[in-house]
Design a protein around this ligand. Sequence first.
Ligand code: COA
Ligand code: AMP
Length: 630
Amino acid sequence: MGEFDRIHEHSVSAPDEFWRDAAAGVDWYTPFERVLDDSHAPLYRWFSGGTLNTCFNALDRHVNNGRGDAAALIYDSPVTDTVRTYSFAELRDLTARFAGVLAALGVGKGDRVIVYMPMIPQTVIAVLACARLGAVHCVVFGGFASNELAVRIDDCQPKAIVSASCGIEAGRIIEYKPLLDAAIEAAAHKADKCVIVQRPQAQAPMHRGRDIDWDEAMAGAAPHDCVPVAATDPLYILYTSGTTGQPKGVVRDNGGHAVALNWSMRNIYGVEPGEVYWAASDVGWVVGHSYIVYAPLLAGNTSVLFEGKPVGTPDPGTFWRVIEQHKVSVLFTAPTAFRAIKKEDPGAAYLEKYDTSRLRALFLAGERTDPDTLEWAEKHLGVPVIDHWWQTETGWSICANCLGIEMLPIKRGSPAKPAPGWELRVLGEDGKAMPAAEIGALVAQLPLPPGTFPTLWNAEERFRSTYLEPFPGYYLTADAGYIDEDGYVFVMARTDDIINVAGHRLSTGGMEEVLAAHADVAECAVIGVADQLKGQLPLGFLVLNTGCEREEGAIVQEVVQMVRERIGPVAAFKTATVVQRLPKTRSGKILRGTMQKIADGGQWKMPATIDDPVILDEIEAALKRMGYAS
Ligand code: COA
Ligand code: AMP
């Protein structure tokens, strides 16, 4: 048995011992009484009885241990031509001060704070300041529209909102404040305090009595110390797409999260304290929460906060420039970012201009890494390219080739084996285990390891029915896949209506709700079709009301605009077509899976339950007109 298998075996046969050891990497105010608390199984808690503060572990303890001058955060923003490094001491002081700002606004332990921000240092400071107070942050990705923000305001009922005047998207200023104002106006819950970072690129008009200028507030604030919280208290809520337009509020606890993420830096990513680690993602996504903010800081690494895109800011050499300039040891991003670079610079000519020799590994996640991208990155970077699989719900990897433990041989298309703490099974619809190499539902044996979600915010019943009840004793990942004879996992597709657009997780059900709200639309379907750059793109099918005589193109344009306004530009919903009918089963279920297979030009079988096979011919013809199904 190799080192990885030995450690994995230990983690699942003696989880208490394994995670107790890992918990020694974190500072506790009071020690925990139990490592795994199974008193309310199948709801599990980790480290109950213990108290700690996540911000203390991410910042103060490094300062207290004499590493105050070490670099904690490097803000690199090609879109504003700024590079600024914050030491642990500086970041601690700014965070303590902003915690003071929030406290003066009445924010305390357990209160929620929405953070709707671009990729600027104040975002990291706001998030850590919440953790410092024991308040629960809820970051909303900047590419979401007002309506999505309003839904989150109503669900988590924040005491305060932190935002900025604008974000900057390759050459474009996106004013955030009008979006924020519209969301507050639309929400039933009235957030009465907003702190706004005024960026020089756009000045936001302020609402007197409600909006507070970040700089002014910071100037007058008293620093606030860390507030001890229970290990089981929530650290944050992060909303993610579900099967309806109502997003799911994934809850993260303090103790399990700090322990698992701190452990992951050395064991999964193989980085030592002091090394520079770069997750090129956005703080609005789980990757950003875990690997831009928390894990690197908990482990005493330097984290890079990059406000730019892989291409266009200013060119496809920007990643290599950042790696050279900041001496990055490990890079983590989504495959789509590499596809974007490869598309603009197929021969990797820009790579020649920079010294990337410090880079030891590239980790990819967010979607399956296609073999072409993997080979291109391996060939040009000359380092291991490691695909690892995880979800917003899990907060860290379910499967990974753990560089810090033992580098296993890479099998293309597989995120390697279940990480320590994870036991996976592949089950058929009847709940029976599938033979090796046969596809079924990928499920994880309960309890899930520390750092994963204990519940959904305000929705424990939804948590149980979505994740725990389909296969009792297991967590349903909603991904389908198989495990081969060597124990390597292959993640093939989602089993629900989630699609993955440029590494962003989106609900086609949510988009259908928007299309269905158009006055001329009788019925609709949205599917994800394969896209060379973004992995998948949404494609809409509209059946119009009988008697509707309006021009189809105008209706298509209107629904495209509606999705942009209600969900946001991040949905990248740009294509829809009008059809006479939608293909359905005899029981009335729309055959989205079959439509998707036809669109992608793959093999498909006529479903035995189809109501009228001719409709599929009509769909195929419509897809061909749009350049798909070839
Ligand atoms: N604020 C406001 N708008 C945003 C935004 C933000 N934070 N992020 C994206 N958008 C907008 C974009 O401007 C774009 O708008 P448009 O339709 O007017 O052009 C739209 O949302 C779609 O954005 P995106 O998916 O980022 O597409 P892109 O074409 O601008 O860039 C990639 C494509 C591949 C370069 C880009 O998606 C990327 O870098 N992806 C990395 C993936 C990643 O970070 N994944 C996170 C999980 S690891
Ligand atoms: P998110 O919650 O946004 O992180 O998206 C999680 C989903 O992205 C998973 O359920 C998978 O469908 C997909 N995903 C993430 N990483 C991988 C990967 N390495 N391989 C295959 N699919 C992945």
